[in-house]
Design a protein around this ligand. Structure first.
Ligand code: FES
Ligand SMILES: [Fe+2]
Length: 337
């Protein structure tokens, strides 16, 4: 296992046309393009000849063409044509670039930067499903993947960073049940009191009980469920793509059902979600700047940081090419926010 062997969103499927598209991920450059049949391909964005960026070239038939001397590469990364070679001369075996596994799912183009890809990307729950309303956001954060995911799954900050919008500080305590599984951590909040924030006043249906579950899913997904009943359910799923050590592109899919008025709820909910995520962008930038200034993290954890330590230890294991720990645990923690 390695973090590189998982699937990461490179761009929205609609953004990728015939024209080569440069993508940065794990501090590396990749280029994506579509062949004549519309299939997506990817390889390292570095020509084997003199290392010019292929993303500045063009696509001819099914090959990507380097902008410098016009070498043409097929989807498997092998060079199929070198314009300067005389008739009958063969193409040397080093004339190839590393091709990268690509797939399309849920309206995104995903790439797997590693050599041994996991079977397929995880699906976004209820994405574009009948009876559900879906909208998407792409947000760039000046911070690392773990800090971003921790932020999306952290409730206490919502009463400060999103004060009034999402939550207000509330002295009432509740139980958080933290369930650690092999490749995920789930937190369920018991008897969560209703907040008097704008979001809850607008969107919490009356006389319903809230079931709130936050999940971290290896290696780079957060999922938050607010379920009231089978007709009122919000799911916010974010996939974090590491651009480099301190920049992360987050692809968020919000799918919800809300009786027959999902479309109406979206009119208010979508701009509000964009506003709230920008509040996170600002706090993550401040945190990221400070991490850079002080040369890395030096964190004091408390038990109400419910997910971070589990997430870090799972990701460290995979980074060190170790198997994930099969042990499941469950812990109850008193919390308020
Ligand atoms: S650098 Fe690409 S063809 Fe020469
Ligand atoms: Fe937040």
């Amino acid at each position: 296992m390695s973090l590189l062997n998982d699937w990461y969103i490179a761009c929205a499927a609609s953004e990728l046309k015939r024209k080569p598209k440069a993508v940065r991920m794990f501090s590396n450059g990749y280029v994506l393009w579509r062949d004549q049949a519309g299939n997506a391909h990817a390889c390292l964005d570095r020509c084997a000849h003199r290392n010019a960026p292929l993303s500045k070239g063009h696509v001819e038939k099914n090959c990507i063409v380097c902008p410098y001397h016009g070498w043409q590469y097929g989807s498997d990364g092998h060079c199929e044509k070198i314009p300067s070679l005389a008739e009958g001369r063969s193409i040397p075996s080093q004339a190839k670039v590393r091709s990268i596994n690509v797939c399309e799912q849920d309206g995104y183009v995903w790439i797997c930067p590693g050599e041994n890809p996991s079977p397929k990307p995880r699906e976004f729950p209820h994405c574009d499903e009948k009876g559900w309303t879906t909208f998407r956001m792409k947000t760039r954060f000046a911070s690392d993947v773990e800090s971003c995911l921790e932020n999306f799954l952290d409730c206490p900050h919502t009463a400060t960073v999103h004060r009034g919008w999402f939550r207000n500080p509330d002295p009432r305590e509740m139980d958080a049940i933290v369930r650690k599984r092999r490749d995920s951590v789930e937190v369920e909040f018991e008897n969560e009191p209703t907040s008097n924030s704008i979001i809850s006043r607008l969107f919490y249906p009356k006389n319903c009980t809230l079931q709130h579950i936050d999940r971290f899913i290896m290696p780079n997904i957060s999922r938050v469920d607010y379920r009231f009943d089978e007709r009122h359910h919000f799911i916010i799923t974010s996939q974090a793509t590491p651009v480099d050590d301190l920049i992360t592109d987050v692809y968020t899919v919000i799918s919800f059902c809300y009786g027959n008025i999902g479309w109406l709820v979206r009119l208010v909910f979508e701009p509000m979600s964009r506003h709230i995520i920008q509040q996170d962008v600002r706090i993550m930038k401040l945190q990221g700047d400070n991490l850079r200034r002080f040369g890395g993290p030096d964190y004091a954890h408390v038990e109400t940081d419910l997910i971070a330590l589990h997430m870090q230890s799972m990701r460290r294991r995979v980074e060190r090419v170790l198997e994930l720990n099969d042990e499941s645990t469950e812990k109850r923690i008193r919390i308020r926010f």
